[in-house]
Design a protein around this ligand. Structure first.
Ligand SMILES: [Zn+2]
Length: 503
């Protein structure tokens, strides 16, 4: 039986709506498309399956329904090699027919790309008087907006980068913390003539154990474009955040029901779960999710997954950790640097340096090392710039005793301790107090078999601590050993000792 074909070549602005359909097999429903971004691709084989062929031209169907096309190698001026390929009906792998045609001059490049920008809607859920879900100190509306704005930035970078990806016109349903009704969101998307709609939400539950990611399309849309977009979004969500897979689902949500284009609603994670919320608190995690959503949107619209690189995306936060009592040349190696968004690093063994690649934003960070008081800094990272911020740590000082103190047996022992502010202080009292070093870790702990340990508390900001040791402990003739100690990976490490002997 002969097959009927229609040829719908675009020519001029009037054909912009069908600009990329080159060929359609009306009987099988297979359509061949071409765009400068993707090359040649097919839609219709195996249901909605899309086959991206890439570089190719001159597509034509034969009487058996096989697609033939041409691939050429060129140096930008002259065709060096031409090959004929074909794709059998219902298959996804093109077969090459060998052949080299004569060299000929290429036509002048087209001054503008064939395809028009794809219109996409990014919908940050909630906002304004509606904060959405609450939990772990977070408002859902803020997280949704942060993800949406990062995705908008990635889409804009992609549109500006001609080397790959897609070309986009973006409608944001909101770009700040404002009230936007569900009807306004759907109406705006419909009026915009969007090709896809992505609504960004975070979940919550009454118990903190509920967790994971899930993505929805409208009921009955599974297997159709909305369902396929939903599946891609869920897949990227799982790759980006690594949370529990709650699966792809359908729902009768307002924005899914009342939008006229393929629409998806994602629930990134549970704001009420601490693990999920840690992703929402991290600027790096939000950026990674937004990049995944760009990839899902690219692939949904027939583009090859592409990370745009033409614009600035991150800046560098760098510095060295040094001993502030000696100057910046005295580097502290293997110090811990913990960022406010959860990322952490250790300063390198030779230079005490650290370096984070971060999305633009303001970060506070704390550097700490055994034997030193922690120090905090705040810096604002700017895209494509290196921002320096070197924390100087001061050594913890062994405490000294300020007298006079009572030495009368049977009375409380009154002490005033001077030490680094925020240093915990421990007093060991015994006839032969000593410190034991455990294993290879250099962690010293009091030997309680020969002494009694009394925690005096934490030296306040003034640097002094007044304490009273109860009578039975402060017996005449005892030795008192005072220790500041730092917590290193949950193990108390005692610092410089100061001992005195009661008369
Ligand atoms: Zn929500």
């Amino acid at each position: 039986m002969p097959l009927a074909f229609t040829l719908a070549l675009s020519c001029g602005a009037a054909a912009q709506n069908v600009e990329r359909v080159l060929l359609a097999d009306t009987q099988s429903g297979v359509r061949a498309w071409f765009s400068p971004d993707v090359g040649l691709w097919l839609e219709g084989f195996g249901g909605q399956k899309r086959v991206v062929i890439g570089r190719g031209s001159e597509p034509r169907f034969d009487a058996q329904g096989q697609l033939w096309f041409t691939r050429s190698e060129d140096d930008g001026h002259e065709i060096r090699r031409r090959e004929t390929w074909f794709l059998a009906r219902g298959t996804a792998v093109p077969v090459r027919m060998h052949g080299t045609g004569p060299a000929y001059r290429l036509p002048a490049p087209s001054p503008r790309p064939l395809g028009a920008p794809v219109k996409v809607v990014i919908d940050a859920g909630h906002g304004g008087s509606d904060p959405g879900a609450l939990g772990n100190g977070l408002r859902e509306a803020d997280i949704n907006l942060a993800v949406a704005l990062r995705l908008e930035a990635w889409l804009a970078l992609d549109a500006a980068d001609a080397r790959g990806g897609g070309d986009w016109t973006i409608l944001m349903t909101r770009r700040s913390d404002t009230d936007v009704s569900l009807a306004s969101r759907a109406n705006a998307a419909n009026a915009f003539g969007a090709a896809s709609f992505l609504s960004i939400h975070m979940n919550s539950f009454t118990t903190s154990s509920a967790n994971g990611s899930e993505t929805f399309c409208y009921t009955g849309q599974e297997g159709r474009a909305a369902g396929l977009y939903r599946n891609r979004v869920q897949s990227e969500l799982l790759s980006a955040w690594g949370l529990t897979n709650r699966g792809v689902k359908t729902a009768n949500f307002y924005v899914l029901r009342n939008t006229s284009m393929p629409a998806v609603l994602m629930e990134g994670g549970f704001i009420t779960n601490t693990v999920d919320a840690s992703k929402m608190k991290s600027a790096a995690s939000i950026d990674r999710l937004a990049l995944g959503l760009l990839w899902a949107t690219q692939e949904h619209h027939g583009f090859t997954r592409y990370t745009p690189s033409s614009g600035p995306t991150t800046g560098t936060l760098t510095g060295v950790v040094y001993d502030a009592s000696q100057g910046t040349g005295a580097r502290i190696v293997d110090a811990s640097i913990v960022l406010s968004d959860g990322a952490s690093q250790r300063s390198v063994a030779t230079t005490g340096a650290f370096s984070f690649a971060l999305p633009p934003g303001t970060y506070s960070y704390v550097a700490s090392a055994p034997g030193f008081a922690p120090a905090a800094l705040t810096r604002t990272v700017v895209a494509n710039q290196t921002i320096w911020g070197s924390p100087g740590l001061r050594p913890m000082i062994g405490p000294s005793i300020e007298g006079p103190f009572s030495t009368v047996a049977g009375n409380p022992l009154q002490l005033t301790v001077r030490a680094d502010a925020q240093s915990p202080v421990l007093v060991l009292i015994g006839s032969t107090p000593q410190l034991l070093t455990i294993g290879n870790f250099g962690v010293s702990v009091p030997d309680l078999t020969t002494s009694v340990a009394v925690s005096l508390g934490v030296v306040p900001a003034s640097g002094t601590l007044a304490a009273s040791i109860p009578t039975p402990v402060a017996s005449k003739g005892a030795r008192v050993l005072m220790q500041p100690f730092a917590f290193v990976a949950r193990a108390p490490k005692l610092g410089n000792a100061a001992a005195f002997e009661l008369k």
